[in-house]
Structures are given as C-alpha cells and as structure tokens.
Design a binder for this molecule. Structure first.
Ligand SMILES: Nc1ncnc2c1ncn2[C@@H]1O[C@H](COP(=O)(O)OP(=O)(O)O)[C@@H](O)[C@H]1O
Ligand SMILES: [Mg+2]
Length: 228
C-alpha cells in the first residue's frame, strides 16, 4: 500500500552478507528482511556473532551487502557510488558505536563539528551547532577536552552529539552502553532516547540489556544471520 510505504524510513530486503575467509565462507547475514517506520525505536537482541553489527553497518551504508537491498526513505542506497553513500551517511544517518570511535586528536567540540563541516550545503553553522549539541548532552563544560581526557560515559555523550550533528533521519546504535558500567550506561541511554525524541529520528539499537529493549517499540532477535 502506498500510504504504508511512505511511512517506512528504513527497509532491507533479502539482505545477505558473506565473508570469504581463506577456504571458508562466513554467512553473516542469510536473507534479512526488516522495515522500520519513521520515528520507530527498534531494539535488536542476539548472541555474539549472530550478525547484528554486520546488519547495522549495511543498513547505514558503511558496508555493502553481498545480496539484497537497503532503502532509506524510499531511496535504494545499494547501487550508490562511494561519494553518494558518504553524503547519505553524513546527512541521513547518525552512528553510535560501542567503543565511541571518536577522533583522539580532536577536542569534543571538533569531533562534533567535523560532520557538520563535511555536510555540503549544510543547514547548520558548525561551531554553534556543535556547542548546542554538546550542551544538549550535558557537556558544555567539556568542549576543549580530548577523548583521552573524558570518561567513557562522557565520550559516548560526545559520540551521541556527533551522531545528531546533521539532524539525521536514522540513528543506528551498536551496543552503545556495552562498554559502560550500569549507572553510566543508563544515563547515556537516557540521553540517547532524549536526543531521539527531540528530533523524532528513527532509532535502531543493538543491545544485550532487556531493560533497554523494553523501551523500544519493537524488539527483534538475530540468530545465525537471520531475524527471528
Ligand atoms: N569483516 C569481517 N570479515 C570476516 N568475518 C566477519 C567480518 N565481520 C563479521 N564477520 C563474521 O560475521 C559474523 C557476524 O558478526 P557480527 O555482525 O560482528 O556479529 P554480532 O555483532 O552479532 O556479534 C561472525 O561470525 C563474524 O566473525
Ligand atoms: Mg556486534
């Protein structure tokens, strides 16, 4: 139905991913179908090695599938060249990773400014935008700190601010509290959910935490390369 289709923000169809490792092939994804509605929060659970990170990477255009298709807001990203993909990743997607993946030589402010600066014809002035976002995650007093001078929770808050830089339609978070203690993880998760609510972004979240999963609109489980 056309009305349903227009509400789907993220759709993957028959996604497969194979890794050739010498003589053996690892089937990381074996035909994954998923459709996520605009503004929806989907939690993905599943054992280590079941393909969760592979799926998120492909949904966000970080990696190409071996077969199948990914559409973001109805646009097929699977056939895009690297420049087109880079623009989609920069403008439409915000990534949050377990190990923060900040640039260690840059300050918090510079880490958040970078994606705004990369954005061609962007909608934001980078310095002001980065300051606003860091204030939103409670780090207005840490603008000049580098990642090594920040706690894990603070680093993840910088990463959340960075993910929000260009007001993405989709946030993909891969075990964002997996490297944090319980209390810090909880506060970081609250910040992530608040940021999502402010923007109405669609959120796909990999987690091992049942409490976090309970806050999602829908929970899916990955098992041996398939969503079950
Ligand atoms: N770049 C890669 N090269 C080879 N094998 C990979 C690669 N990335 C993931 N895999 C394999 O694919 C499977 C799924 O991995 P992953 O998506 O990281 O699982 P999860 O995030 O659920 O722990 C695992 O067997 C893993 O070893
Ligand atoms: Mg993983």
């Amino acid at each position: 139905m056309a009305s349903d289709t227009s509400e789907v923000m993220l759709r993957a169809t028959m996604l497969e991913k194979h890794f050739q490792m010498g003589d053996t092939v690892v089937h990381a994804l074996r035909g994954v179908d998923i459709a996520v509605t605009k503004g929806e929060i989907v939690a993905i659970l599943g054992a280590s090695g079941s393909g969760k990170s592979t799926l998120l990477g492909i949904l966000g255009g970080l990696d190409a599938p071996s077969a199948g298709r990914v559409e973001i807001a109805g646009v097929d990203i699977t056939k895009m060249n690297e420049n087109e993909l880079a623009e989609i990743r920069n403008k439409k997607i915000g990534f949050v990773f377990q190990f923060f993946n900040l640039i260690s030589t840059l300050t918090a402010l510079e880490n958040v400014e970078l994606p705004v600066q990369f954005s061609t014809g962007g909608q934001f002035s980078s310095r002001k935008r980065a300051e606003e976002l860091l204030a939103l995650v409670g780090l207005q007093e840490r603008l000049r700190h580098r990642p090594g001078q920040l706690s894990g929770g603070e680093q993840q808050r910088v990463a959340i601010a960075r993910a929000m830089a260009n007001a993405p339609d989709v946030i993909l978070a891969d075990e964002p509290t997996g490297n944090l203690d319980t209390a810090t993880g909880e506060s970081v998760m609250n910040i992530l959910f608040d940021a999502r609510r402010e923007t109405g972004a669609t959120l796909v979240l990999v987690t091992h935490d049942a409490q976090v999963a309970a806050r999602a609109n829908r929970t899916l489980t990955m098992q041996d390369g398939l969503l079950v």
